[in-house]
Write a protein that binds this ligand. Structure first.
Ligand SMILES: Cc1ncc(COP(=O)(O)O)c(C=O)c1O
Length: 374
């Protein structure tokens, strides 16, 4: 984690307010702003669906965190993804990881494929599959690394280099890695997406999403237009909560990472665990690539238990310090049997348990898993 990142987060875009001296950004609840009858707005704000000062502060901080040229905040990560797909045209072709976040795969299957988008779900952890999936009308490669919940690592540099040659937009869902560990725009990606509901918010108390662009190009103008016209924007209060979460992002991540490592290590030696899916382990197939493109390995740990789906569910039922709940990236540790929420069509193995490792004492978390595994 760079010094620059620490400094951006600690202030979260705030400079003392000239009129009050306040050192945090106010929550501007006003839905409308004074402007002249001839259309000039002295502040640039007219109506909160289009711009709101609290949201603008957030978008500025997100731009800095992901080293882009601009950012757009949305009411959820899914709304952010929706804006990217909607910026394409019916008949365009998209390639996406077959094991990307289930909600985004469902969005493509249930909404965008009937709308006319052509979609190929491919295992992008093998770069050869990208050239096989390519079509003359491929306009976007949507990727996620590490993937949710199987924690496959995609070689982002290879994907980006390939797409640059073909003039294809690359969007990276950076929710799991976070800007603390991986900066896809610095590697050459065009767009970065976040579910800010997760680590950036950090307290399981908001839903939010963000897109950050490398360049304010024509596609970005379309995305901004979709944001303004469709209005899937976060409330000023959610923007403020997110700015508040970003202030403590670096120390939170530091603690998440050390707890996750201890847990992955513990699980990797447990006789009831078949396999630990954590890119920080030298045995993980994506470990070497992860080492190159990430400064650390994240705080989501998935593992496959020995036995059946029922065995995995029983283990999930026995935890006491972990909470059985979906989502991730909050201060509290969460555990989930993903196949149950993703449904029978999901590529997630039946015996997979996903952990979002929180900020509790690591030994308490390990003791909890030990008693749950039996
Ligand atoms: C990797 C990833 N991307 C996107 C999303 C969607 O974000 P949201 O739930 O904020 O719509 C999630 C949600 O779990 C996620 O884990």
């Amino acid at each position: 984690m760079t010094d620059e990142l620490k400094n951006i987060c600690a202030h979260a875009g705030a400079t003392p307010d000239p009129s009050t001296g306040a050192v945090t950004i106010p929550i501007y609840l006003s839905s409308t702003f004074h402007y002249s009858p001839t259309g000039e707005s002295p502040t640039g704000n007219v109506y909160s669906r289009e711009t709101n000062p609290t949201r603008t502060s957030l978008e500025n901080v997100l731009t800095q965190l992901e080293r882009g040229e601009d950012a757009a905040a949305f009411g959820s990560g899914s709304a952010a993804a929706n804006a990217v797909f909607l910026s394409l045209r019916p008949g365009d072709h998209v390639v996406i990881n077959f094991d990307a976040y289930a909600g985004i795969r469902t969005m493509l299957r249930d909404i965008f494929m009937p709308w006319g988008l052509q979609v190929t779900f491919a295992d992008l952890s093998d770069i050869a599959n990208l050239s096989k999936a390519l079509q003359p009308n491929t306009k976007l490669v949507w990727t996620e690394s590490p993937t949710n919940p199987q924690l496959r690592i995609i070689d982002l540099n290879a994907v980006i280099a390939f797409c640059k040659k073909q003039n294809i937009t690359v969007a990276v869902d950076n929710t799991f890695a976070t800007p603390a560990l991986q900066n896809p725009i610095a590697m050459g990606a065009d767009l970065v997406m976040h579910s800010t509901t997760k680590y950036l918010g950090g307290h399981s108390d908001l839903t939010g999403g963000a897109l950050i662009t490398a360049k304010k190009n024509e596609q970005w103008e379309r995305i901004r237009h979709i944001q303004h016209i469709q209005g899937a924007v976060p409330s000023p209060f959610d923007c403020w909560l997110l700015l508040r979460g970003i202030r403590s992002f670096v120390p939170r991540m530091t603690h998440h990472l050390s707890n996750a490592k201890a847990i992955a290590e513990f699980l990797s030696h447990h006789p009831k665990v078949d396999r630990v899916l954590y890119p920080g382990l030298a045995t993980h197939p994506g470990h070497e690539i992860a080492k190159k493109q990430m400064s650390d390995f994240g705080a989501i740990v998935s593992f496959l238990v020995k036995g059946s789906k029922t065995d995995a569910i029983q283990i999930a039922q026995r935890v006491k310090v972990f909470t059985n709940a979906t989502s991730l990236g909050g201060t509290e540790s969460l555990l989930e049997h993903r196949k149950t929420v993703e449904g029978p069509d999901s590529p997630t193995p039946d015996t997979l348990i996903r952990l979002s490792v929180g900020l509790e004492d690591s030994q308490s978390l390990i003791a909890d898993l030990k008693q749950a595994l039996g």
